[in-house]
Design a protein around this ligand. Structure first.
Ligand code: ADP
Length: 446
């Protein structure tokens, strides 16, 4: 097992990994920007190193600085967390070149899934259903119209190197193709420095359902069921639950089998998530995240499996200690993302936390780095806490959620707490009747 892990991240996810290391008797190194010197994961770590100025580009994305910190402290492994450099093939390679274990998949697999067109082609070749669309990049509006004859309208243009739901454009019929094509291309260039775009049929009533997988070096691949992440604002997840009300046990088994087979064929090692749209009983693969995900706790709660611990064990060469038959879904879990932002406009709300009270009690898990008088900086992601609730069934989980969120106090800044409380009063949410468009369509009437 590793002796010392450098955690190349910040905030709640860095604490999540740090807690795991402590339980496993592994020493921890925190890295931080100048403003983050009083971040809770820095205060809790065995050692810490300042890796640069506040802008992410100069610190959390500064490969040279992070590798120097690792060498300086003698870390033998590095956990990239989520976001930042967690899906950067070059970084993963450089970590290995510096004789450290990168706690993640092989760089080849990061690269393979990083290009969205290649990812779709690869998964399709392994028997995973993908959404109909172009085979590769779309070169012209004329080409797009030709492709739309086979997919049908509406269609969606997406950036090949895209992420974060940025730059996607819909064309409802052929008259809208030319405009949507041009806008998607120029936004792709502006956001990702690459103007390649591809095309997909645009689904009007899908849910976002993703399957968590975990694979070791010995060919064992196990799936841990699904997460339903359909409650999104601007294509970004806000609330996640497991299991999904939309899946029957048979459907879960069917997609789980397809996914584990594909991951095995790929030779993938580590934890990962395959994201799908799900409509009328059909799955459509969108992309694979080759890392831990923000919403992993809901799966941990219902399966009882510590995904981060398993991830570290696999990276150190251990065999998976459980098989597919051992994985049982117990009750229901929902994660509420508490972001430092206005709950109506989603405009970030950095600043000092004047008062703080976290709920507690049976079945309440809090993953957070904030404390009273902590100042939420303006430089990073607005996520400040994840409240994860476990109930014996969905009804109990909803009742506990309402109770827990109404106890939560975070004063001094705006947060998404009120929005979650409103969601919990809503009939559609209570019945589980929602799709990926639901939140944006219903925001004004909540
Ligand atoms: P990103 O990498 O930007 O997150 P994704 O491909 O994962 O891009 O898509 C983000 C979100 O956009 C999805 O969760 C879904 O809400 C929406 N979306 C993506 N593809 C489609 C599609 N073909 N039809 C309808 N909505 C889509």
């Amino acid at each position: 097992m590793f002796k010392k892990i450098l955690i190349a991240n910040r905030g709640d996810i860095a604490i999540r990994i740090l807690r795991c290391c402590k339980e496993m008797n592994i020493n921890t190194v925190a890295v931080h920007s100048v403003i983050d010197s009083n971040l809770m994961n820095v205060l809790l770590a065995d050692e810490s190193v300042c890796i640069g100025p506040n802008k992410s580009f100069d610190s959390y994305l500064n490969i040279g600085s992070i590798l120097s910190a690792a060498e300086l402290t003698g870390a033998d492994a590095l956990h990239p967390g989520v976001g930042f450099l967690s899906e950067n093939e070059k970084f993963a390679r450089m970590v290995s070149d510096h004789n450290m274990k990168f706690i993640g998949p092989d760089p080849e697999h990061i690269a393979l899934m990083g290009d969205k067109i290649t990812a779709k082609k690869t998964m399709a070749s392994f028997g995973v259903p993908v959404v109909k669309g172009s085979d590769g990049a779309v070169e012209s509006p004329e080409m797009a119209e030709e492709i739309a004859k086979t997919t049908g309208y509406p269609v969606l243009f997406k950036a090949t190197s895209g992420g974060g739901g940025k730059g996607m454009k819909v064309a409802n019929d052929s008259s809208e193709v030319s405009n949507a094509f041009k806008m998607a291309k120029s936004e792709a260039k502006a956001n990702f420095g690459d103007d390649n775009i591809y095309m997909e049929r645009y689904l009007s009533d899908p849910r976002h359902i993703e399957i968590q997988i975990i694979a070791d070096n010995y060919g064992n691949v196990v799936h841990l069921g699904e997460r339903d992440c359909s409650i999104q604002r601007n294509h970004q997840k806000l609330m996640e639950e497991s299991p999904s009300v939309a899946l029957s046990p048979e459907k879960r088994e069917e997609i789980g089998e397809i996914v584990t087979k594909a991951v095995k064929k790929m030779g993938y090692v580590g934890v990962g998530t395959l994201e799908f749209l799900y409509e009328n009983g059909e799955f459509f693969f969108m992309e694979m995240n080759t890392r831990l995900q923000v919403e992993h706790p809901v799966t941990e709660i219902v399966t009882g499996i510590d995904i981060v611990k398993e991830q570290i064990k696999i990276a150190s060469g251990e065999k998976l200690s459980f098989s597919q038959e051992d994985v049982k879904i117990n009750g229901h879990a929902i994660e509420f993302r508490i972001n430092a932002e206005n709950s109506e406009t989603f405009i970030p709300s950095p600043g000092k936390i004047e008062e703080l009270y976290f709920p507690g009690g049976n079945g309440i898990r809090i993953d957070s780095h904030i404390y009273r008088e902590y100042v939420v900086p303006q430089f990073y992601d607005s996520l400040i806490a994840k409240i994860i609730i476990h109930g014996r069934d969905r009804d109990e989980c909803l009742a506990k959620s309402k109770r827990a969120l109404s106890e939560l106090v975070i004063d001094g800044i705006s947060t998404t707490t009120n929005l979650h409380l409103k969601l919990l009063q809503n009939k559609d949410i209570v019945r589980g009747e929602y799709n990926i468009h639901w939140l944006m369509n219903n925001l004004e009437n909540l």
